[in-house]
Ligand binder design. Structure first.
Ligand code: ZN
Length: 113
């Protein structure tokens, strides 16, 4: 069963019905706020620009010993980020095709293997 928050498909905390991001229990809210504060105090806030940087952030979180719930939440953010990047890429290709044509005549035949 995924997280009980509507529209959230994340794995719930092992002792609850919600994921780390949506769990309404006071002790989890406190941990979430502490995590946010720690993030806010960090001097070097770097927005990842490549999938390699996203992997690095996830790797660092694993080394730092984050809980499985926190790692799952991070992985979900990374997944959303990658999906959004893919969408942006598709839109850029679409714009290029509108500007320069689709090159349909040279389209390769679908491979049968
Ligand atoms: Zn959730």
């Amino acid at each position: 069963m995924p997280c009980s928050h509507p529209g959230c498909g994340a794995r719930p905390m092992k002792d609850g019905d919600y994921c780390f991001v949506h769990d309404p229990r006071p002790e989890v809210v406190a941990r979430r706020q502490a995590a946010r504060c720690a993030g806010g105090k960090s001097k070097k806030v770097k927005v990842p620009r490549t999938i390699a940087e996203v992997k690095e952030i996830l790797g660092r979180a694993m080394v730092e010993g984050k809980s499985p719930e926190e790692l799952a939440a991070l992985a979900r953010i990374a997944q959303t980020w990658i999906a959004a990047s893919d969408k942006d890429y598709d839109e850029r290709i679409k714009r290029l095709e509108q500007t320069h044509g689709t090159n349909e005549g040279n389209k390769a035949q679908p491979s049968s293997d």
